[in-house]
Ligand binder design. Sequence first.
Ligand code: AMP
Length: 216
Amino acid sequence: MQSVLILLGPPGAGKGTQAVRLSSALSLPHVSTGDLFRENLKLGTPLGEKARGFMDAGRLVPDELVIDMLFDRVGRADCRGGFLLDGFPRTVAQAAALDARLNGAQVRAINLSVADAAVVERLTGRHTCRACGNVHHERFSPPAKAGVCDRCGGALYQRPDDSRDVVEKRLAVYREQTKPVEAHYRSRGVLSEVDGARKPDDVYTALLRAARGEVR
Ligand code: AMP
């Protein structure tokens, strides 16, 4: 049976970082709609051009664009056994479209919660590698050499949507449009809660247990 794991939670909760580890532990491909959009932006595709304005403003890209892009990705051979979603669904309409598409898959959603003040601190201090996507933080994980990625030597930059006012906007959008997605999965009995404010290793252990259905 196809196994689908969904990571919910505000921007900056650590979904991306944790998804990389979970993906390899659970042998599920990591599918991040934010990464897919950034790839399209980098390649200058028409989809990237359509998404750019929404992303830079901290708003959601319209559902139909996101859903088509996501379904295209999860329709590939590597997702046949299942996949791990990071950053999708972000609206109730996206969750309903995913339900209709999955039909019969084993779905588990985990809500990674982090307080607003911590989100602002995490995101506004974040420096992302242009080449490999690795993330440094000016306080929590500074690079050995300013502006240079420890992992690959690529140039670090601040994502335009990690500036303070855009982060505030993303949080407001999260509260209005994404928070209701939790109830969607809770009412189906497939939602677990994990406190994302703890140390990354502790969060990872809790996520792994929830993903394996060992705790609710
Ligand atoms: P992320 O890297 O997940 O924070 O995504 C970056 C940006 O991409 C978001 O602020 C949105 O503009 C857009 N985006 C990513 N995933 C979605 C989604 N599921 N629905 C709508 N917009 C999205």
